[in-house]
Design a protein around this ligand. Structure first.
Ligand code: FVH
Length: 286
C-alpha cells in the first residue's frame, strides 16, 4: 500500500476546466493552491479545501507543479509576463497550436522555468476519470498528474501535445460533420437524428477498425487496393454529391472530398487504395 501524501500542486486559471482540474487534485488528496484573475471564482474550491493564493507571485512560490489553464496562449504570456518563473515547474494545459507551444517553451525556459506543454482532450465533467486524456510533451515529468485522468507523455518536443490535440480535432469535426451530412439527408425522408445516429455509430466504429491496416499502408508508402480502389470510391462519392444536391442538402463537403479523390485519380492513383489520399493532404505544404 502506498501511504505517501500526494505532492502539492498549484492551479492558475479557474474557468470551467481549471476548476475541474483543481477539484480532481483535491479529491485525490493533493494539497492544492489556486489562483484566478477573478478571485471570487475560487470560493467553491476553497470551501472544498483549496488554499487561495493572495497574489500570482505567492501562487508561483507555493512549490510543486504549477498547472496553467487559461483561455489561450496570449493570456498565458500576458499573465506570466512579469512573474518570477525561476525554479518553477509549469505545465501549460491551455489549448493552442504547436508553434505557440514551442515558442512558449523557449520563452519560459529562458526565464528559468521547467516547462511542459499539454493538452486536455476531455470535458470538465470527465476530469479525474480514465475518459479524460491528458497529453504532455517536453521534458519527461517526474511528477504524477494521474489525479486528472489518463496521462500520456508523448515526447521531448513541446509542440507534440498540441499537435495531437489539433489532429484529434480533425477527427472529431470530420466525424461530426459526416454525421450531420447524413442526418440532413435522412431528415428529408422523415428519419430522425436519433434513428440515424445508431446506424452512423456502427459505421464510425467499423471505419475505426480499418485504421491500423490503412496506417500500415501510409507508413509503408504503398497502397495496393486490397478492399476497394480509389476510382470505385470516387463513383460512390459522386452519388453522395448528387443525392445531396437533389435533396437540397449542402454538398460542399462531399464535393471537397470528391475533388481530392479526382486529383489523385488524375495523377494516376485511381487503382490504389483510399489512404493514397495522404499525398493530397501533404501536397498543401509543397
Ligand atoms: N471547457 C472545455 O470543455 C475544454 C475542453 C478541452 C480544452 N479546454 C481548454 O482549456 C482552457 C480553459 O478553458 P475553460 O473552459 O476553463 O475556459 P473559461 O471557463 O473561459 O476560463 C478561462 C480562464 O482563463 C482566465 N483568463 C483569461 N484571460 C486571462 C488573462 N489575460 N489573465 C489571467 N487570466 C485570464 C479566466 O480568468 P477570469 O476571467 O475568470 O478572471 C479563466 O480563469 C482553454 O484553452 C480551452 O480551450 C477546455
Amino acid at each position: 500500500m502506498n501511504n505517501e501524501t500526494p505532492a502539492p500542486v498549484t492551479v492558475l486559471g479557474l474557468g470551467l476546466m481549471g476548476t475541474a482540474l483543481a477539484r480532481a487534485f483535491l479529491k485525490a488528496g493533493h494539497p492544492t493552491t489556486v489562483w484566478n484573475r477573478t478571485a471570487t471564482k475560487a470560493g467553491p474550491l476553497v470551501a472544498e479545501g483549496a488554499r487561495l493564493a493572495p497574489t500570482l507571485g505567492d501562487a508561483l512560490e507555493a512549490g510543486g507543479v504549477t498547472i496553467v489553464c487559461l483561455t489561450d496562449y496570449p493570456a498565458v504570456r500576458e499573465l506570466l509576463g512579469d512573474a518570477g518563473l525561476e525554479g518553477t515547474t509549469l505545465v501549460n494545459l491551455t489549448s493552442g497550436d504547436s508553434a505557440q507551444a514551442r515558442e512558449t517553451a523557449v520563452w519560459a525556459e529562458k526565464r528559468g522555468a521547467r516547462y511542459l506543454d499539454g493538452a486536455i482532450m476531455a470535458i470538465p465533467s470527465s476530469i479525474g476519470t480514465d475518459e479524460a486524456a491528458i497529453l504532455l510533451s517536453g521534458p519527461r515529468p517526474d511528477f504524477d498528474l494521474g489525479a486528472l485522468g489518463a496521462v500520456s507523455h508523448l515526447g521531448e518536443d513541446p509542440g507534440l501535445a498540441s499537435l495531437y490535440d489539433v489532429a484529434g480535432l480533425a477527427m472529431m469535426w470530420s466525424i461530426l460533420n459526416a454525421w450531420l451530412q447524413g442526418t440532413a439527408m435522412l431528415k428529408t425522408a422523415g428519419v430522425d437524428a436519433a434513428t440515424y445516429a445508431v446506424f452512423a455509430r456502427q459505421i464510425a466504429v467499423g471505419v475505426a477498425g480499418w485504421l491500423p491496416g490503412y496506417a500500415e499502408q501510409v507508413d509503408r508508402g504503398s497502397f495496393p487496393a486490397e478492399v476497394s480502389a480509389l476510382e470505385t470510391d470516387a463513383r460512390a462519392m459522386a452519388h453522395l454529391v448528387e443525392e445531396s444536391e437533389a435533396l437540397g442538402v449542402d454538398a460542399g463537403l462531399p464535393k471537397l472530398i470528391k475533388a481530392m479523390a479526382d486529383r489523385a485519380i488524375a495523377a494516376g492513383h485511381g487503382g490504389e487504395q483510399y489512404p493514397v489520399l495522404i499525398r493530397e493532404f501533404e501536397r498543401a505544404g509543397e
